[in-house]
Write a protein that binds this ligand. Sequence first.
Ligand SMILES: *Cc1c(COP(=O)(O)O)cnc(C)c1O
Length: 402
Amino acid sequence: MTSPLLPTYARADISFEKGEGPWLFGRDGERYLDFGAGIAVNALGHAHPHLVKALTDQAAKLWHTSNLFQIPEGERLARRLVENTFADVVFFSNSGAEANEAAIKMARKYHSAKGHPERFRIVTFEGAFHGRTLATIAAGGQAKYLEGFGPKVEGFDQVPFGDLDALKSAIGPETAALMIEPIQGEGGIRLAPNAFIRALRDIADAHGLLLIFDEIQTGVGRTGRLFAYEWTGVTPDIMSVAKGIGGGFPLGACLATAEAAQGMTVGTHGTTFGGNPLAMAVGNAVLDVILEPGFLERVERMGLLLKQRLAELMDRHPGVISEVRGQGLMMGLRTHVPNTEFIAAARRNRIILIGAGDNVARLLPPLIVTEADIAEAMKRLDAACTDIEAELDRVARQGAAE
Ligand SMILES: *Cc1c(COP(=O)(O)O)cnc(C)c1O
């Protein structure tokens, strides 16, 4: 039977019935170790008791009122985000792309409000991923996402990731902002060196540009700090957040300084669903756990342990894995075989990984993983590597025999 779903995804032939912590229970009766966390979304794993309680308590009271009224749960979540970051104000959305749309509109409006409506262009970086709306595919600049969707939204200039000279020559009188992921996620866990991020801050200041960090994947504890910019020694003017902040409930946010947000006055932007009481209750519950003393230190520790174990895995299987990279619990394995084959072999050994650009398999476990979970993951990845080696051997022998 053909599926009535729009076939825009090549889905794996597996579905899940329930989840518990880092585990997913397939309808095939198998238990899978989830090192994808719904693409860095299930920050606290599956069915975390505190999140389940927050969601069900709120569900029994009030789901949605619209933003025409006060939403105290949202005031509280925004205040907590402000208190724990560089930001002064927060706009809540339902997704990452919408958070980036808010960031892009805010940067353009800032210059317009200061009397420079001609400054609307944003410099972005090759390999970037900022979402799938018309503006965010233009920001991401990837041909495969732009192809066939009409003229690319005007106002995005792309330069190679890490190339300061190219960046400087891309800046002109119409430039409004620079936009970057501190670690490219979909692009293949590519880290922007801290010196490069600091140089972006200097260049932005020198030219009166706003600096936008897309922390949709790197944020909310993923790298062992609440946000990845905390490792760099600089702060952005605008930052987009999503994925982990809802722990699995659709939620995004655009954070900004009061200065950067000055153009966003009454009526300039909006959303029907964004920031509704249900989403805000869950977002607050996620922060309850992540802001507990010691939680982020533990994430950092588990990240270091995972990195060490992955380096050992690469030493044991140099014919399969070519590189380990990442920070905290945002790790990537570059493989000699196609990453899709590696991920399929991992899945046959009941561990979920996620593909990315540059032939990388991403490991994005829930932030609650334990040492025992990491040890279990290594057993399964070892077995997956051994399966691939056996297959490579078989193909080589067959080739020799012919
Ligand atoms: C996932 C992601 C987005 C898009 O988020 P959606 O919720 O899918 O719209 C944007 N930027 C980055 C860095 C992401 O990882």
